[in-house]
Each structure stands twice: as structure tokens, then as C-alpha cells.
Ligand binder design. Structure first.
Ligand SMILES: C[S@@+](CC[C@H](N)C(=O)[O-])C[C@H]1O[C@@H](n2cnc3c(N)ncnc32)[C@H](O)[C@@H]1O
Length: 280
């Protein structure tokens, strides 16, 4: 039986009543697809699914893991990383401290990209890097920092574009070996982030829908990339407002390359390309 909008509403209301999670403003299309997959994977119908949500608290955590989309990669969208390097971090270099928050950090590749870049720019020691996600499984994987070599060969192309090449000075090339940051084991099909990078970030379980800034600090830079696409417009604006409140004056917000800020809240930022700067 196909899942109806009424079924989806029942699932959302039950999750809300039996946990701290609120998926009522997630995009219905993507949420419905994920629930359909859960029904197949767990061999359930809607009534049994709702029963499990009501009676098995640990099932709700499984459900959250199944609902969230965790696709990510190292130096994803290299052009944005060039912007981060040459237009964002270069301006923060004179700060005594640089506070960075990766909201929706998934399995950690975005965070490690940032740390590698900070290290190449000589900014690692002055950076405080926080990373958060709603999904405890991806946070566990992120902390371990080990990825498949074979499946992620394009990581190295991205790495070259951001770390080795300078798009503004084509004759400049830095010879940075991958082994500076990763233990590469082709035989075991793994790359593992080296400890001096891996131990640096603070990883936290955090739900950006129901929780505000829990970090006891404000930020110079917040990245929330490829998360807002799963939210409706109203929720996007609420979350962006949390980020706005969490930024220092002139702080920068970076979204995914296919995401943008819309509506009245745009007046709070100066937009330049993909960079949103908090207005004074
Ligand atoms: C597609 S991944 C994006 C990862 C990374 N930012 C990137 O662009 O490569 C989206 C992540 O957002 C997380 N997420 C979804 N809803 C969330 C919420 N309410 N609070 C915190 N994280 C959330 C998911 O668990 C997932 O790991």
C-alpha cells in the first residue's frame, strides 16, 4: 500500500509526541521517500511503524538515522572552498581566535577539509572548531575519521584544487602530500585522518530544529551546507535566524551551493556570491 499524506502526518505527530524530534517542517517529499524506505527495510506497515515509535524509544533513534540524508565528501564543491580560503579565512587570519561551527557535519569530511585548510594557512592553533549533527551514527564515524579509499578517489582531486592549486595565481602550486593529513592504506581500502587533525574538533549531538546555540560562544564562521534543502521555507528561516544570533558582528554564514537565504531575513546579511556576512 502506498504511503498517504495522512500516514506521514501520523508518523510526524507520533515522533513529536514520543521524543524531542520535530520533523513537521521537513520537506514532505524527501521525508515520505525515507519513511517508505524504512517500511521496506524494517518490513513494517504504517501501523506497526507507529507502534514501534510509541513503544521502543531506541527505535526512534534508528528512525532518525534512517530519515537523515548524510551524503558528504572532502572539499565538496572545491570552488566554495577556494572562496573560503581566499575570501573568508584570509580575512579572519588576524583574529586572536577563530570560532567555527559546522552545523549538520555528517561523517566529518567537511570538518576535516576545514582543519586541513586552516593548517595549510597556519591558522590551526587559533581555531576553535565545533561540529554537530542530529544523527549519532555519523558523529561516531566522524570522530573515527576513517573513509574508503576506493570510493573516495575524487576526494584527492578536490584536495588538489583547494590545497595545491591557486586559481588566482596559476603559476603557484604547493606540493602537499596526502600523507601529511591521511594514513593511506590502499590494501585495506582506507584513508584515515591523522590524529593532530582528528583530535581537534568538538563533536556534539545537536538538533538545529529544536535547539538553539548550545555552544556558549558566538562564531566567526558558520557552515550549514546541504541541510536546509530538507526543510520548508519557514523552518529554513527559523534556523537561519539561530545562525544570525550565533554569529559575531561581521560573522560569515556559508550554505550549500544550491541553497540561499530568502525573505525578510536577507536584510540581516550582506550577500557576496556564496558568502553571507552578518550586517553590523
Ligand atoms: C547531506 S548532509 C550534509 C553534510 C555536510 N554539511 C556537507 O555539505 O557535505 C546533511 C546532514 O544534516 C544532518 N541533519 C539533518 N537534520 C538535522 C537537524 N535537525 N539538526 C542537525 N543536523 C541535522 C543530517 O544528519 C546529515 O548528516
Amino acid at each position: 500500500m502506498p504511503v498517504t499524506p495522512e500516514d506521514i502526518s501520523k508518523v510526524i505527530v507520533t515522533i513529536k509526541n514520543y521524543s524531542s524530534y520535530d520533523f513537521s517542517q521537513y520537506s514532505k517529499k524527501s521525508f515520505t521517500r525515507r519513511i517508505e524506505k524504512v517500511l521496506i527495510d524494517y518490513r513494517l506497515d504504517i501501523d506497526k511503524l507507529i507502534n514501534s515509535i510509541k513503544n521502543k524509544p531506541e527505535f526512534i533513534e534508528d528512525l532518525v538515522r534512517s530519515i537523515t540524508v548524510n551524503t558528504t565528501e572532502l572539499f565538496r564543491d572545491p570552488r566554495l572552498w577556494q572562496t573560503i580560503r581566499y575570501r573568508v579565512l584570509s580575512k579572519l587570519a588576524s583574529n586572536r581566535k577563530i570560532n567555527i561551527w559546522h552545523a549538520g557535519s555528517s561523517t566529518g569530511q567537511e570538518v576535516y577539509s576545514m582543519l586541513i585548510l586552516l593548517n595549510e594557512m597556519g591558522l590551526l592553533d587559533q581555531a576553535n572548531v565545533f561540529a554537530s549533527d542530529i544523527n549519532t551514527d555519523v558523529l561516531k564515524k566522524a570522530k573515527i575519521g576513517e573513509y574508503s579509499y576506493r570510493f573516495n578517489l575524487e576526494y584527492f582531486e578536490n584536495f588538489d584544487k583547494v590545497i595545491k592549486e591557486n586559481p588566482f595565481k596559476l603559476d603557484e602550486f604547493s606540493e602537499v602530500p596526502y600523507e601529511k593529513y591521511f594514513d593511506v592504506n590502499k590494501l585495506n581500502d582506507t584513508i584515515k585522518v591523522k590524529d593532530f587533525i582528528r583530535k581537534k574538533p568538538v563533536w556534539l549531538k545537536h538538533d538545529m530544529v529544536t535547539e538553539g546555540n548550545i555552544f556558549n560562544t558566538k562564531f566567526d564562521l558558520i557552515l550549514c551546507r546541504n541541510v536546509l534543502i530538507y526543510f520548508d521555507t519557514d523552518l529554513q528561516n527559523r534556523v537561519i535566524n539561530t545562525f544570525y544570533q550565533s554569529l559575531f558582528r561581521n560573522g560569515i554564514l556559508l550554505l550549500g551551493v544550491h541553497e540561499s537565504i530568502m525573505g525578510a531575513i536577507t536584510n540581516n546579511f550582506i550577500k557576496s556570491g556564496l558568502v553571507y556576512q552578518k550586517k553590523k
